[in-house]
Design a protein. Structure first.
Length: 557
């Protein structure tokens, strides 16, 4: 009995289990599949590395990111019946498990993925296949290593997107920024987003130039002109022609007493000797009607010029200096106005001029492009045009390029010029007679000696400390007493406050700093005339005043 009872109970339990399993299976079939909540799409940069599973929904397609050569797994909460990829050249999908799909990236592009689940559910995905990051990361790492090696200690970051290389960070100077751009340009197209530290002030260079010139000349004249107004009933003159002889002419009345007439000497027979140049010795015997003009002159002259212009300039910047003036000279214009040729007046500068550009080299020396000049008016070599005297200009200039250390000096120009000119004239035959022939000879001897030297000395200088007395010329005659109890002066830092020693910002963009370094041309306008350095005025009848263009300034190479 007990064994039969146990068998009956086992049969009943088994029947109940079968009924429960069938009911559970039927309930499962009647209830629709509820897919699990989809995971949020990972970031683009992390999808390929993490390869985490993604899950889609029927409501809206989810984004699925995968890199070329990488794979991701898509999970489904219910068994999968089939999958479909829109463009198989971009990605491929393989079912590796009833609830898992493996998606492989094949080529960069975009396609779609659809997953059909048991029970009629569907999952939609937008598959974005990105290029492989291996080459990009390799280029980025190499750029960072090269920049770190060439520019140690500088915070320069590199990022690569496709073919563009972005440089960010702060360089210590423009040279470092240019080197970073050169390194990046070897591997792609660089985009300069660098900042550069504000540099300290540039060095100031003081150029001292000395012009030392001595001109000496020695002139000797020796000659004689003999003339007769009636000596031994002879009228005539004996001259070598080298010095201006007197001119003989008949007077208004003959036989008048000897004496002097206007501009000459008149003898007893009415012959007048007109003297255009009495030289420095003159003799005349009225009783003999015989005279002579003698040139026995010795002249010595010396001209000394010492000019020391000093000009201060910034490293690599041009500086100019002129101490002198301007002189006018006429210029004939083309064509006529009212039948009269138009003439305008232009102005030419003269004096002590200095133009130079100093550059501090990597060796610590100073390379100079220098063009000093000293000019002066020379009326002896001038010309006269329609009653206007235009002087010549004597010029001494040097245009060269030298390199020397601070404080060293170079004689960049030198001249030693010795000249001797001798002119000898005599009357043939008579001038060859010993002793007596000296009266029929004339001689002029001219010697000139010119010594010129131009010396340059560069020096790196800094501003003088505040409050220190500045050297000034000594005025031997005092000025008028001041008419105000308050001296004319600009307020100092005790009133305006100190100058900031640090820039407003520690660094600025490279393009902003380069723009601030752009040198603007200095336009110099002379105040000597209302038209600037050149003034045009009319000197012809009916010609209107017209300013002429100024001549181009002398600049070093």
């Amino acid at each position: 009995m007990k064994q039969q009872g146990r068998s009956a109970v086992a049969v009943i339990v088994a029947s109940c289990l079968v009924v429960c399993l069938v009911a559970s299976d039927a309930a499962a079939r009647q209830q629709p599949a509820q897919p699990a909540d989809p995971q949020p799409a990972p970031a683009q940069a992390q999808a390929a590395a993490s390869a985490q599973s993604a899950q889609g929904t029927e409501e809206s397609p989810n984004e699925l990111f995968v890199n070329v050569g990488k794979s991701v797994i898509v999970n489904s909460s219910v068994p999968i019946e089939r999958v479909s990829v829109g463009f198989g050249d971009v990605a491929e999908a393989t079912v590796v498990d009833p609830t898992e799909v493996l998606v492989n990236g094949k080529a960069a592009g975009e396609t779609s993925l659809i997953i059909w689940q048991q029970g009629g559910g569907k999952l939609f995905f937008d598959v974005l296949v990105q290029p492989s990051r291996f080459a990009t990361n390799s280029r980025t790492d190499m750029l960072r290593r090269q920049i770190s090696r060439e520019l140690p200690g500088q915070k320069i970051d590199v990022s690569v997107e496709n073919d563009l290389i972005f440089l960010r960070g702060t360089a210590k100077d423009l040279t470092s920024a240019d080197r970073a751009m050169a390194i990046a340009s070897a591997l792609g197209k660089p985009v300069n987003l660098l900042y550069v530290d504000v540099p300290p002030p540039e060095a100031q260079i003081l150029l001292k130039v000395r012009f030392a010139s001595v001109d000496r000349n020695l002139l000797r004249n020796l000659g004689i002109n003999i003339f007769s107004t009636g000596a031994t009933n002879t009228i005539g003159r004996v001259t070598t022609g080298q010095f201006s002889p007197p001119v003989l002419s008949s007077g208004s009345s003959s036989g008048s007493s000897s004496g002097s007439s206007s501009g000459g000497i008149t003898g007893k027979n009415g012959i007048t000797a007109t003297l255009s140049d009495a030289l420095n010795l003159f003799f005349f015997r009225p009783d003999l009607n015989l005279g002579a003009t003698i040139a026995a002159l010795q002249q010595k002259g010396v001209v000394e010029v010492l000019a020391e212009p000093n000009v201060l300039a910034e490293n690599g910047k041009q500086a100019s200096f002129l101490a002198g003036g301007q002189f006018p000279y006429p210029v004939v214009q083309g064509g006529t106005t009212g039948g009269t040729t138009a003439i305008t007046i232009q102005f030419q500068q003269f004096g002590v001029r200095l133009n130079f550009i100093p550059t501090i080299t990597a060796r610590g020396t100073i390379r100079l492009q220098v063009a000093p000049e000293v000019s002066a008016l020379d009326y002896a070599n001038g010309v006269t045009l329609q009653g206007f005297t235009v002087p010549g200009v004597s010029v001494r200039n040097v245009n060269t390029e030298v390199e020397l250390a601070e404080g060293q000096s170079f004689a960049i120009g030198g001249l030693l010029d010795n000249r001797e000119t001798e002119t000898f004239s005599k009357i043939p035959f008579i001038g060859d007679i010993p002793i007596l022939g000296k009266f029929f000879q004339s001689k002029t001897k001219n010697r000139t000696n010119t010594e010129l030297m131009v010396i340059v000395t560069p020096q790196i200088v800094r501003p003088m400390p505040a409050g220190r007395e500045i050297a000034a010329p000594n005025f031997p005659v005092p000025f008028l007493p001041p008419n105000s109890t308050t001296p004319m002066a600009t307020p100092g830092q005790n009133v305006t406050g100190p100058v900031p020693v640090t820039p407003p910002t520690p660094s600025v963009p490279v393009e902003s700093y380069i723009k601030s370094l752009a040198e603007k041309p200095l336009v110099v306008t002379s105040t000597s005339s209302p038209y600037g350095s050149t003034q045009g005025t009319s000197m012809g009848t009916g010609a209107a005043a017209a300013p002429a263009a100024p001549s181009a300034p002398v600049t070093p190479p």
